[in-house]
Design a protein around this ligand. Structure first.
Ligand SMILES: [Fe+2]
Ligand SMILES: [Fe+2]
Length: 448
């Protein structure tokens, strides 16, 4: 809230000085409001506002704002880059700043837009008139380190919270007690935000497999993959949230499948398969008994029912009266299979690598999977999804760990794998495949 007020009062001040003369009462008020907000947030200390990847960060914290502020924030998101600004830093001495100085500062920052090099011009002007309580932060290519750490941490925390929440709901459900989904809903909203802004970071999280419980990591992964696919085809925030909840609870029916069957290291016999195949139907029963609004339940019940049904309507449970699947069902089918194939399971020697899994699935496009959705999905996880092992033309091996940007996916960042001397590999340096030789300009490493 404070962050929002800061931006609003700043916006108000720089706009008021455009319309009014220095001695106007409204100007005086707007400066006072801004200075008050400044004191409140900074606690009288330094205050830093930064713009990064289209979002404002105040004191390193991402700014959340209400829908009503959307147009104002959008205006400010243009205001900074137009002036070559990454951000501003207000020093504690702003408290000694006079009314006249604040007005001048506002006018100068407004006017800097017409200059060739706005930040330098602004810096010079401020210096000339002796304003020392504000520092100009220029646009930089580097990600401010604390923001980088925070966003990764927030993503990881959300992942873990969601996993714990899904587990809690499943446990309550299996003890026949009533489970609410309020927490799950809140986490789904956070995940929507994260998937929209940090797609590759969130997709990267689905490759972390060192948690003990397959069922719950799988549920979160399916939710994330489904939401990311939903985002790619332009679903609204509300639908993405519902899709996320569908993903979290798509296997809820497994609470009725005995553990021995779920964890069996060998192939299941016929009787066991029959029990396993019940889980989509059981899942619907369980979802309908959750403590949530009827509307919500009606929206998230079908996805779990359909997630083992194929595009051509084969699969299970056997259906007799529908002729096509819902969009959520088709999305879950893809997300579910992809995550299952790329996970380590007891009954097979190893997990499929992302590219192997995608190839297998592509062979079944139009039969098991909606071909259009699958195409979008393959594009999304990328040519070299995070987690792929690459052989490089330098003789090195690398593990894809990240992408420099959402749209530059052909040259990912890889962690080089070094010989550990025991026939295996150990972690080496992380390098970008976009790195070029300084003299020749050609890429240092290429994918074989
Ligand atoms: Fe399932
Ligand atoms: Fe599943």
């Amino acid at each position: 809230m404070l962050g929002g007020r800061f931006i609003r009062t700043f916006h108000h001040m720089i706009n008021t000085v455009i319309i009014h003369q220095d001695n106007n009462q409204l100007i005086k008020e707007s400066v006072q409001q801004f200075a008050k907000a400044l004191v409140e947030i900074s606690g009288g200390m330094e205050l830093e506002i930064l713009l990064w990847r289209g979002r404002f960060f105040i004191q390193g914290e991402k700014l959340h704002y209400r829908r009503e502020s959307f147009s104002l924030i959008n205006e400010m998101l243009e205001y900074f880059p137009e002036r070559g600004l990454q951000g501003l830093r207000f020093l504690p001495t702003f408290k000694q700043g006079s009314l006249k100085e604040f007005i001048l500062f506002s006018r100068l920052i407004n006017d800097s837009v017409t200059q060739n090099d706005p930040p330098s011009w602004l810096e010079e002007k401020l210096k000339a008139i002796g304003i020392q309580w504000v520092e100009i932060l220029r646009e930089m290519d580097e990600v401010p380190p604390d923001i980088e750490i925070r966003r990764k941490e927030q993503a990881r925390q959300t992942y873990l919270h969601t996993m714990v929440t899904v587990k809690e709901v499943a446990q309550k459900v299996s003890q026949q007690s009533v489970a609410g989904i309020r927490k799950a809903r809140r986490l789904a909203q956070t995940m929507v935000d994260l998937v929209v802004e940090e797609e590759s970071l969130m997709l990267g999280l689905t490759t972390i497999r060192d948690y003990d419980d397959y069922t719950y990591t799988h549920s979160v992964n399916v939710a994330l993959l489904a939401m990311a696919l939903g985002k790619r085809i332009g679903l609204s925030q509300i639908l993405l949230e519902q899709l996320g909840i569908c993903g979290m609870f798509h296997d809820l029916g497994k609470v009725e499948v005995p553990k021995e069957i779920l964890l069996k290291p060998d192939m299941l016999d016929t009787g066991e398969w029959d029990q396993m195949r019940q889980h989509p139907v059981v899942g619907v029963h369980r979802v309908l008994r959750l403590h949530a609004s009827r509307e919500m339940k009606s929206r998230v019940a079908l996805g779990p029912f359909e997630h083992h049904l194929n595009y051509n309507l084969t699969g299970y449970p056997r259906i007799h009266f529908v002729d096509k699947l819902t969009l959520f069902g088709k999305i879950l089918r893809i997300a579910d299979t992809y995550d299952a194939l790329t996970s380590e399971r007891k009954y097979r020697p190893r997990a499929f690598s992302p590219d192997e899994a995608l190839r297998l699935m592509w062979n079944k496009a139009g039969e098991d999977y909606d071909p259009l959705l699958l195409k979008v999905f393959i594009n999304m996880v990328g040519l070299y999804p995070v987690g792929t092992i690459l052989k490089l033309d330098t003789g090195e091996m690398g593990l894809v760990v990240d992408y420099p940007s959402e749209d530059e996916r052909v040259r990912p960042e890889v962690m080089l794998l070094e010989d550990d001397g025991e026939g295996g590999f150990k972690s080496g340096n992380t390098v970008s495949l976009a790195e070029r030789d300084q003299k020749t300009g050609s890429f240092l490493r290429n994918v074989l």
